[in-house]
Design a protein. Structure first.
Length: 382
């Protein structure tokens, strides 16, 4: 079944149950959003904040600088991408478990769901911790759904936030994305430890396993999910590096002989949707690993595989926290970047000029996002 059907079924089931039990469970339903507010976890956030408030302030002083730098970077990146979007359009949206046409990234459902939960929870906890560091009351916090996607929130007292000094406000505004960046740094460090030191010893690569075949691609109807690629044009393929090296030497229209564990197949390469000058087969794959003989005698054939799943999970935690945290720093209200931009500008200009400039910047950034996304979707449809 197409993954979108699972989303549709899940949406109907969850929203029906939420409506039936909204009074008993104290659930709020507002447009496409389901919320359940609570005061639990406030003590935990408060204890984390009060363990070392001076350290948190110093950390977030640096966080403000990093947030401003990353804000400038994401704007520059979106502007620079306009030069290549017409030549190499891509869809930059990913949805867990859904193969989106034109997107070079496929986000597995399980990894995607866990990764998104870490993004949301650490982001909101960041805001909450710094709010308590600055003695701002947290009115409520909770969890919910945006249609079918999980969300979490921390609700500080806005009146108390408005009474703070500019630097204190900036610490709170920047905290969410900076906490995402810190988690991303931790996740990528763990990923490299796993992939550089543990997995090569425990689970050496023995080829590339096909995870999915892109519909309408040269491989469609020829290769199948689950096949293990072992050779391409007689060249041994044992891992992603050897696969990439062979693929880079191909050109559009080449006849390719692919040896798998289920037989040998001939495919004519097509045009890569993301680069008209690159050859394209149309598969998504991952390295196939086997348990080393020495380790299998000690732990068996199953336990060592946990390392591969953990490496994949931490890579997605890194990717989602970095990507979403960076995107949230766009100077576009109501994103955190928009609040930071407005607060900084307000220290130098009048309230009227600040509002006008913030509005203009928000429209500019929104236009950049819509152009990049819209052109990618249009190219994928065509």
């Amino acid at each position: 079944m197409n993954a979108l059907w699972y989303y549709a079924i899940g949406f109907v089931v969850i929203w029906t149950l939420a409506f039936l039990f909204k009074d008993k469970l104290k659930i709020e339903m507002e447009g496409p959003i389901i919320l359940r507010k609570t005061t639990r976890m406030r003590d935990f956030i408060d204890s984390v904040a009060q363990k070392s408030p001076k350290l948190w302030r110093w950390v977030m002083n640096g966080g403000i600088v990093m947030a401003v730098f990353l804000m400038a970077f994401i704007v520059y990146y979106l502007v620079a991408s306009l030069e290549t979007v017409a030549v190499n359009p891509q869809v930059s949206i990913v949805l867990p478990g859904v193969e989106i046409p034109g997107s070079p990234i496929y986000l597995p459902f399980g990894y995607g769901l866990i990764g998104l939960i870490t993004v949301i929870v650490i982001h909101e906890f960041g805001h909450g911790i710094l709010a308590r560091v600055e003695k701002v009351k947290i009115k409520s916090l909770g969890v919910g759904l945006l249609a079918i996607l999980p969300i979490a929130f921390v609700e500080p007292d806005d009146e108390e936030v408005n009474k703070l000094g500019s630097v204190s406000k900036l610490r709170i505004f920047a905290a969410g994305s900076i906490f995402n960046m810190m988690l991303a740094a931790l996740a990528i460090a763990i990923y490299f430890i796993l992939t550089l030191f543990l997995i090569p010893y425990a689970l050496p690569a023995a080829g590339l396993e096909i995870m999915s075949v892109v519909p309408g691609s040269p491989a469609d109807g020829i290769l199948q999910e689950g096949m293990l690629i072992q050779t391409i044009n007689g060249n041994s393929v044992t891992d992603r590096d050897s696969f990439s090296q062979v693929i880079q030497e191909l050109t559009v229209g080449d006849q390719v002989i692919i040896g798998t564990d289920q037989g040998t197949y001939s495919i004519t390469t097509g045009v890569n949707p993301n680069s008209t000058s690159s050859a394209y087969i149309g598969i998504k794959s991952q390295e196939k690993h086997v348990v080393s003989e020495g380790l299998s005698n000690i732990l068996g054939e199953s336990i060592p595989w946990v390392l591969v799943y953990l490496a994949e999970l931490f890579m997605w935690i890194f990717t989602l926290n970095f990507g979403i945290g960076l995107f949230n720093l766009l100077p576009l209200k109501p994103f955190d970047g928009g609040l930071i931009f407005e607060e900084i500008l307000g220290n130098w200009t009048s309230e009227r000029v600040t509002r006008a400039c913030t509005y203009a910047m928000s429209i500019f950034c929104l236009s950049l996002v819509l152009i990049n996304l819209g052109y990618g979707f249009l190219a994928a449809i065509i």
